[in-house]
Design a protein around this ligand. Structure first.
Ligand code: DAH
Length: 357
């Protein structure tokens, strides 16, 4: 029995893995194992012999079982230690910089303009890009025969054959959002509406889809003076200069009366634009006092309320601010262009943190 003990304790101590241990268990204490066979021999013994051999055999079986369990635990601990050693990593290492793309200049400028007007109390409004011709034209005092309809190179949708209603259009400007917002919110109100607009036109400064931002402020006593101040504040903040000079040129839009186009003083010396100095003027937007008919279309009483509106091309001011020569490149999805003119994705423009940094 001592030989048996020494043999198995030795084999268990030297077992290299769990499979070997399991083999040893079967060999020693399994149903047909050596110890079990010895136990079967007990029946053939005399009572005295059995009294000595029985407990000894049981003790040996226990000892081997404990040795197996201890070795098994030992192997598991060693395996875990090995894993911990092999899979160790330094979690204090700095993260690897991964470039996830850039913010498109149009998105950047939209964010910048929104931040500036939000600071002056303007909320952001939206409207559909496929618009009824009533919202896009009639409500804005552009009736069916009006030349402005032809001038806008409108994209029309199809109606089913036999459906005589006027077709929907791809909105040609963001001005219909004025009507939708007036109808939804009533007066007083103060909103800007950035978004996509569409006209059938294509050259270095025109693409069939481009972006505008509309502004609308309605209250009891809003005047052109408010418009002028708001636009001056906007231009200074947007071009990140301390001083600007605006020029209001009398103009005509069906939806404003009086109407003005606004230019800013600038210089093009050396081929780069400088805002606020020089002898050139740069047209940046159309504006005016909201026409009474437009207020009426928005269900706002023109005898009680008045306001200003303006509309500006986002792509155009993005080209000006960031020196981008060709509008068409905005929509080419050329990765090299996007990397060059794009903005860091985590730098959100704010007035306090800097617009463009
Ligand atoms: N909707 C005009 C356009 O697309 C721009 C415009 C001019 C908007 C004057 C206005 C405005 O709100 O008052 O060309």
């Amino acid at each position: 029995m001592d030989d048996l003990r020494d043999k198995y304790i030795n084999l268990i101590a030297n077992a290299a893995d769990e499979a070997t241990l399991e083999d040893l268990r079967v060999q020693a204490v399994g149903k047909k194992g050596e110890i079990s066979l010895q136990m079967r021999e007990l029946g053939k013994m005399s009572a005295e012999e059995r009294q000595v051999a029985g407990p000894k055999l049981n003790a040996l079986k226990d000892e081997i079982n404990s040795a197996l369990a201890a070795k098994k635990q030992g192997l598991a601990d060693a395996a875990l230690d090995e894993r911990l050693r092999a899979e160790w990593m330094d979690v204090t290492l700095p993260a690897r910089h991964r470039r996830v793309g850039t913010i498109h200049p149009v998105s950047q400028v939209t964010e910048e303009v929104t931040a500036i007007f939000a600071d002056m109390g303007f909320a952001v409004a939206e409207g559909p890009q496929v618009e009824s011709d009533w919202f896009n034209f009639d409500a804005l005092n552009i009736p069916g025969h009006h030349p402005a309809r032809a001038e806008m190179d409108t994209f029309y949708t199809h109606r089913a054959p036999g459906d005589d209603r006027p077709p929907h259009v791809l909105r040609t400007h963001t001005s219909p959002v004025q009507i939708r917002t007036m109808q939804a919110q009533g007066a007083p109100l103060r909103v800007i509406a950035p978004g996509r607009v569409y006209r059938a036109d294509y050259d270095q400064t025109h693409t069939p889809m481009f972006h505008q931002i509309e502004g609308l402020a309605i209250d009891k006593d809003i005047s052109m003076a408010n418009l002028k101040w708001v636009l001056e504040e906007f231009v200074k903040a947007f071009f990140e200069v301390d001083d600007v000079e605006l020029r209001f040129r009398a103009s005509h839009f069906p939806f404003t009366e009086p109407s003005a186009e606004v230019d800013i003083r600038c210089s093009w010396e050396g081929g780069t634009l400088k805002v606020g100095e020089g002898d050139d003027w740069l047209e940046i937007l159309g504006s005016g006092m909201v026409h009474p008919k437009v207020l009426e279309a928005g269900n706002i009483d023109p005898n009680e309320w008045q306001g200003f509106a303006f509309g500006m091309g986002i792509d155009r001011i993005a080209m000006l601010k960031y020196g981008i020569p060709d509008l068409r490149a905005f929509f080419d999805s050329d990765l090299r262009w996007l990397r060059h003119y794009g903005f860091a994705s985590l730098d959100v423009p704010t007035l306090h943190g800097g617009l463009s940094r």
